[in-house]
Design a protein around this ligand. Sequence first.
Ligand code: ADP
Ligand code: MG
Length: 242
Amino acid sequence: MIELKNISYAYPNQSQALSDVSLRVEQGEAIALIGANGSGKSTLMKLINGLILADSGEYLFHGTAINAKKLKDKKFARQFHKKVGFIFQNPDTQLFCSSVHDEIAFGLNQMGMAESEVRQRVEDTMELLQISELSDREPYHLSGGEKKRVAIAAAVALNPDVYVFDEPMNNLDPKTKRFLRQFMIRLNQSGKTIICSTHDFAYVDGIFQQAAVFSASHRLIRVDDYEKVMRDKDFLVEQNII
Ligand SMILES: Nc1ncnc2c1ncn2[C@@H]1O[C@H](COP(=O)(O)OP(=O)(O)O)[C@@H](O)[C@H]1O
Ligand SMILES: [Mg+2]
């Protein structure tokens, strides 16, 4: 489904963020991106979502090259962004509407969905994320955990094929972490592909099949069975991951 071939990327200020990264993600797979701070996890996820483009290398989504020309094609870009949902690390950068309801409805309205269908879809999604009682609240004034649920709901409403989570467990209370873990497992069981950066290993147990490990020099040094990587304590210590 996702194929990255020899991807390199440096930010405009010259700081290198990805060096010759190659990775395949199959449909329905749940893969963890792990690596020390600054190793390139968030950058790779931005690239997978089409928010940035590689300096060199190739990104194929279902066999189609994702590049500047392709993303300028409005029809293609809309389809692509509907298929790949991104849940940012900090929900404040994602939430901008004046009510939770509007926040979840935003993407559906953008797609031109009929009003009654939007209303139904928003209600169903709020129920799924257990935030129905927050419907009229202002996202800005919610707690961190509530904001995270709203950000996830906004993605879920669009029913993407791929969910990209950037450090989803950060700053959540234990109850919300447990809820999110179950939710991610259910998403994956329903056939959704999950790509997720994390270092909160205690709370993500049982979610992932694969792990992709970044080195401090922004290279992907190991793609392997998740449990096998987790058992390899020497390796994880060496890579400054635990
Ligand atoms: N917006 C940015 N501008 C310049 N450099 C950045 C920016 N975001 C990240 N970087 C740099 O790119 C590298 C990779 O960062 P990032 O992808 O955020 O790593 P991770 O998510 O693994 O912590 C780091 O050296 C970081 O300092
Ligand atoms: Mg990051």
